[in-house]
Design a protein around this ligand. Structure first.
Ligand code: GLU
Length: 233
């Protein structure tokens, strides 16, 4: 289990994500990757090795308003570029980073393969991106909720969709996830150390909770859409 970070705000997303990943690196670094969204599409860069290798692979002019990043401690599938996160659906519009282990991934994968979906990695995590895609009807939060209800195992995950600019959906079960609230910017992280340089206002998510962030704020609900008022610490 490793590190995840998400950012929505006015700063260059790539810079914030690389900085956050660097701070999470002490938890392990089989590989690292990030995705950022801009003008209706998502760009992904992921590399075996340390965050420094990812930094070298990221194009100097890589823009992006919002994005997610991951450092991987491999549990399913070897350590290579393909198995690094983020993982995308077939359209390349949905990107997912995942901490944890999906125990029933093989069953879900077989069902999706039967529907014609081709998998690109050997991870347990990629199935989440395809599941969300199968449920997506214009509302990312609902598609994530329907998907995680089918997952058995542990997850802290962040999801973005090219058609939903400046929005990241996060969900957790058994893996940590925290929100960081700044001025006109909101962060997600698996570990508060990734974002403490930017804000001291944090909200800890509990298992079964889903949070949706944009640069102006956040809302939290459970998987049945009940609103949960969280305490800012
Ligand atoms: N099980 C996933 C993988 O092997 C996530 C591992 C992690 O938490 O870093 O890719």
């Amino acid at each position: 289990m490793c590190g995840i970070i998400g950012y929505c705000g006015p700063k260059p997303a790539v810079d914030v994500i690389l900085e956050g990943l660097k701070r999470l690196e002490y938890r392990g670094y089989d590989s690292a990757g990030l995705s950022v969204g801009q003008n209706g599409s998502i760009d992904v860069v992921k590399k075996k090795g340390k965050v420094a290798q990812l930094r070298r692979a990221v194009p100097k002019d890589m823009g992006g308003q919002w994005g997610i990043g991951h450092t991987r401690w491999a549990t399913h599938g070897e350590v290579n570029d393909e198995n690094a996160h983020p993982h995308c659906d077939t359209s390349g519009k949905i990107a997912v980073v995942h901490n944890g282990i999906i125990e029933n991934y093989a069953v879900l994968q077989n069902k999706l393969k039967g529907e014609g979906i081709q998998f690109r990695s050997q991870t347990d995590s990629e199935v989440i991106a395809h599941l969300i895609s199968s449920f997506y009807e214009g509302d990312l939060e609902q598609a994530v909720k329907k998907s995680v209800l089918l997952l058995q195992g542990t997850y802290g995950l962040l999801v973005m969709h090219a058609d939903q600019p400046d929005v990241i959906v996060g969900a957790r079960n058994g893996s940590p996830l925290v929100l960081g609230l700044g001025e006109g910017e909101v962060f997600f992280a698996s570990d508060v150390t990734a974002i403490l340089g930017y804000t001291k206002q944090v909200v800890y998510l509990e298992d079964g909770e889903v949070a949706v962030i944009n640069p102006n704020g956040y809302h939290t609900t459970d998987l049945r859409d009940n609103v949960i008022d969280k305490q800012v610490e």
